[in-house]
Structure formats: C-alpha cells, structure tokens
Design a protein around this ligand. Structure first.
Ligand code: SF4
Length: 359
C-alpha cells in the first residue's frame, strides 16, 4: 500500500470563502484570456471555467479602465476574483476599491517600497490577501546581476524582499509563487522557499507552452512538487483557451491521489490484439461523461489481457471482445452490449447510478 502524500504544513489564507493552505484541498485556479474591459466576454469565460471546476479566477488589469470593470465582473460570477497587477501600483489601489478578493503583485516590476506599502495598507484595511508572484521573466535587474540570471536563489530573494516589506506593515495575509519557464529552476525555487516560510504556495510553470509540451512541463513541475507535499493551489499555464488548464489541473491532482473531480479515465494504448474501435469509444465516453462531477474511475480496455483486472480496480469498466464489450460495475460484469452501443450504454449505467444516489 502506497502511503498518502504528507502535505507541507502551511499557514491558512482566506480568499473570501475559500481557504488556501493549512491542509485545505489544493485549490485549482485559472486566468482569463479576454480583454478585462469586455465585461460580458470575461464573465462568459469565467462561467465556463467555473463550470469545469475552476475555484479562483485571475484577470489581467492592464489599465484604469480595466480596473474599473472589476466590480461589475465580480458581481456576476460565483468564484473569488483576483486582480493581476504589474508596473502600476495605482491599478492595485483601484482594484481594491473595486472589491477584488485578492491581488497578485509582481515584485519584479513594482519595486518602490513606499508604493508597495500603500497597496499593503489598502489590502490590510479590506482584509484581502496578496500573492507575491515572482516570475522568471520579470526579475528585478539588480537581482539578475547578483545571481547572474533567473536562478532558484534569485527567485527566492525576489519573493523574500517583497515579503519583508509586507511583513514590515504587519501584513501576513500572503501567498507566494515562484514561476519559472525552466521546470528544474521552478522546482528548486519552491523547494527552497518551502523550507524558509510558512506561507501557502501557489504552484505553476510559467508559459509552459501549448498542447502536449505544455501538459508535460506543467505535470512535471507541478506534479513533482505536489508529490513532495509542496503546494496549496495551482495554475497550469497553457497557451490558448484556459479551459484545458482546469482539466489538466484536476488530472495532475487525480494522478497523485490528492483530489478528484469528475471521471478519471484509464484506457489502454491498443495493439494488434484489439477487436473493437476503442479510440472512438473512449472519445464518445469522455464526451458523454464530461458533465459528471462525482469522482469516479472508469477503465476502458481493448481486450481481456488487462481489461478484467483493470475493471476490478475501477468504479466502472468496459472490456472489449470481438465486436462487443462487457460492462463492469465495481468489478462485476453487469451487461454485454454491441460495440456500437458501448459508450452510450456505459454512460447510461453511470448516470442511472448517479441519479439513484442523488435522488
Ligand atoms: S489491453 Fe489488450 S488491446 Fe489493450 S494494449 Fe493490452 S493487449 Fe492490447
């Protein structure tokens, strides 16, 4: 039996009704790709993300016009809203006035102590947390010179320098991220800071890329740290539509047994032994079961070599034979159906069970 992952002990930070750290479930975040000034589009995207399981949403605050839209956006969404601030501390002050639930400040591009203190006091007065969000692409020049590049030590110093200013204002409502494009630098940065502070950590590989590259880099960086017990919240930064980021975040958490949402599919790669069109059945099953939120494991296996064993490890299973499949529930065979009806019959079985449980 594999032991459960021992999570690093961290201080709890409240973002409205959401607890981050202190052993709370690891929170899944994303970021909108819309122009924040387009309130309708931004809200529509957030609604899609929320439906997929996003629990905290960040929006870019490019200028004062964008900042002034934040209260309208917040009024129309169900999850806490985070303002992403770079360069201009006045955008942070306006975002706070607009009622955002959390700020992200980049220590690399708002560097003047008096300005950071002003933002900190305003955050303190409204009770919202600040994420000290270090990014390898925007470290302060003096730090880059001192460490000869965006090394793990440089990332950590950037965060600690800002934290010192915040703590100097008696502000401890802090979350930290140290995102690098280099997976190994990112991992080492988080390991270093995890040993030095109690604040909760927001994990991410910045600019991870698109498609399989982005998935691999995110899963390696975030997954390695989570497996070590490090990390209280995360965002997978993939190029394009943010919806896949949320799915990937749950896939990473599910693979490590930390958190499940919806159906986790197990399916075989297929080989010359196969007697059914498994690829099509998997695609259909994924589509038909996309709305299921209950954590379930479903195995879809092409033949009896591994199929019956995997069905025994899953909540539901499907095993192919020549032109038909056998459906399993809790490791027991419950039906034999034609291949063409396989995905539909499996989805119906699961949905009927779900409605029995919930009714
Ligand atoms: S489960 Fe069967 S069909 Fe799938 S890869 Fe293994 S041997 Fe091939």
């Amino acid at each position: 039996m594999i032991a459960a992952i021992q999570r690093r002990s961290s201080q709890g930070v409240q973002v409205r009704d959401l607890l981050i750290g202190a052993g709370a479930p690891i929170i899944v975040q994303s970021m909108t790709t819309t122009d924040t000034r387009d309130v309708d589009k931004t809200v529509a995207q957030i609604e899609r993300l929320e439906k997929a399981g996003c629990e905290l949403i960040r929006v870019a605050v490019l200028n004062l016009d964008a900042a002034r839209c934040l209260s309208q956006i917040k009024a129309r969404i169900g999850i806490p809203l985070v303002a992403d601030i770079h360069f201009d501390y006045r955008l942070a002050l306006e975002a706070i006035r607009q009622g955002v639930d959390k700020l992200r400040l980049n220590p690399g591009n708002i560097t003047q102590q008096a300005k950071i203190e002003q933002v900190t006091q305003a955050a303190q007065a409204t009770g919202i947390p600040i994420r000290v969000g270090v990014n390898s692409g925007s470290l302060a020049k003096d730090i880059l010179i001192k460490y000869e590049g965006a090394t793990p030590e440089a990332m950590v110093e950037s965060a600690l320098r800002e934290i010192e200013i915040l703590e100097g204002q008696n502000f401890r409502n802090i979350i930290i991220s140290l995102k690098s494009t280099d997976v190994r630098v990112m991992i080492e940065s988080y390991r270093l800071i995890a040993a030095q502070v109690k604040y909760p950590l927001h994990l991410g590989v910045t600019e991870a890329g698109s498609g399989a590259t982005g998935v691999a880099r995110s899963a390696l960086g975030i997954g390695t740290l989570l497996e070590e017990g490090i990390g209280d919240t995360l965002r997978c930064s993939l190029t394009g539509d943010p919806l896949p980021e949320v799915k990937l975040a749950y896939d990473i958490l599910g693979a490590l047994g930390l958190r499940w949402r919806g159906v986790q599919f197990v399916s075989c790669p297929t080989c010359g032994r196969i007697g059914i069109g498994l690829e099509r059945i998997v695609a259909q099953a994924q589509e038909l079961l996309a709305e299921v939120e209950t954590p379930l494991k479903v195995s879809l296996i092409g033949c009896v070599v591994n199929g019956i064993g995997e069905a025994g490890h899953a909540d539901y299973g499907l095993v192919g034979h020549n032109g038909f499949v056998v459906l399993y529930r809790g490791g027991q065979a419950v039906a034999r159906v034609a291949e063409a009806e396989a995905a539909g019959a499996l989805a119906q079985l699961i949905k009927e069970d779900e409605s029995t449980v919930t009714s």
